[in-house]
Design a protein around this ligand. Sequence first.
Ligand SMILES: [Zn+2]
Length: 443
Amino acid sequence: MDRRDFGTLLAGAIGAAAFSPFPFRPLAAQDAPLGVDGPRLRRRLDEITRFGSTGDGGIDRPAYGDADIAAREYVRTVMREAGLEPSVDAAGNILGRRPGAESGLPPLMAGSHIDSVPNGGRFDGPLGVLAAVEAAQRLREAGVETRHPLEIVVFSNEEDGKVGSRALAGEVTAEELDRTTNSGYTIREGLERIGGDPERVTEIGRSRGDVAAFLELHPEQGAILVGDDLDIGVVQGIVGIKRWQVTITGEANHAGTTPMDQRSDALVAAARFVDTVHRRARSMEGRQVATVGRISAHPGAANVIPGRVEHTLEIRDLEMAKIDRVYDLLRKEASRIAAETGTEFEFSHYYTTHSAPTDPRLRDIVEEAARSRDLSTLRMPSGAGHDAQSIAQFAPVGMVFVPSVGGISHSPDEFTRPEDVVNGAEVVLGALRAADGRDWSAA
Ligand SMILES: [Zn+2]
């Protein structure tokens, strides 16, 4: 019990003393606001850091490697302590189950991943897994039976292709199994190493109705919550992404003998366009982001005016239509810049990821779970991809963010404060209980 629960219990006891002839009537387990065991959760987050520790607070635990396998064994042990029955599916996902009281209901699912990028952070992933295990353990300790079965999940290989969660969405193909991943193993080899089955991984897709609802807790990986001193992010969805290759053609010529007013400098055009991308994305209403992340000038010599520039353009937003609107606007700006600089712009689209909105009911449930614990909230998009994105293809999903100190992520410097770890876990616990009381069959 942490201090807040004690306060709540004390307030309850005082209330009971004032209005009941029986002072200090113990609250029934079902009425009491359940809290998580914060020290236990934090201890487990420390313990899992041993597997692949870089010694500077970071984690090097790419999927399928030895550290990943050891950490997976650790989580299975912790799941058993929590009264969950762990099993491994064909995609190498670990599923820790606890039966529900009502037969025939699909499971409520919660979890995240435990693999990391090379030299990544220690909370990205394990926080969501161990908080979900903690929530299940507290429910059991408090004698709370859920109507739905609980399925606490460790998705395999999130960081290099979301293999586990995409397999559940039926999106993993036989062709990608021979791709080499960050650990040096192919997905096929990796699945064999972690107890999966590459021959069946394409067959385990679930359908709508197979999962009642899914919840994922994750560090924000940005600086919005920490900057505004907020406790909990209620994720509205995971943004969609579109990318283009942009080619600007001018005229290569001698940098010494071509007067300034007779140049068609493709790099000058690119410079103006890059600045315009930044300013327009910033000045429009909303949370869209637009980035030029890679650029090259040709022929690329100090004494030659660049005749051709190639660069990328990436736009992200929760609404795919908004991405298209930003793009249309930038195309118009490009035409203007082309006319001014005597160059030509060509845009070639090469990549799309569709956005994945969270379920409106789960947004409300997460927000209410936070508010009832006096935690401040903000509704916000997730600019990074998550396993929840895959699960959203066939089930209602909700996502909870807690602040990342300094907004740092995919780095050994990534850090989530202990109080935010506990806050996030309490919101997961509260949201699971609330979701359990709802009917998800009409989803
Ligand atoms: Zn993650």
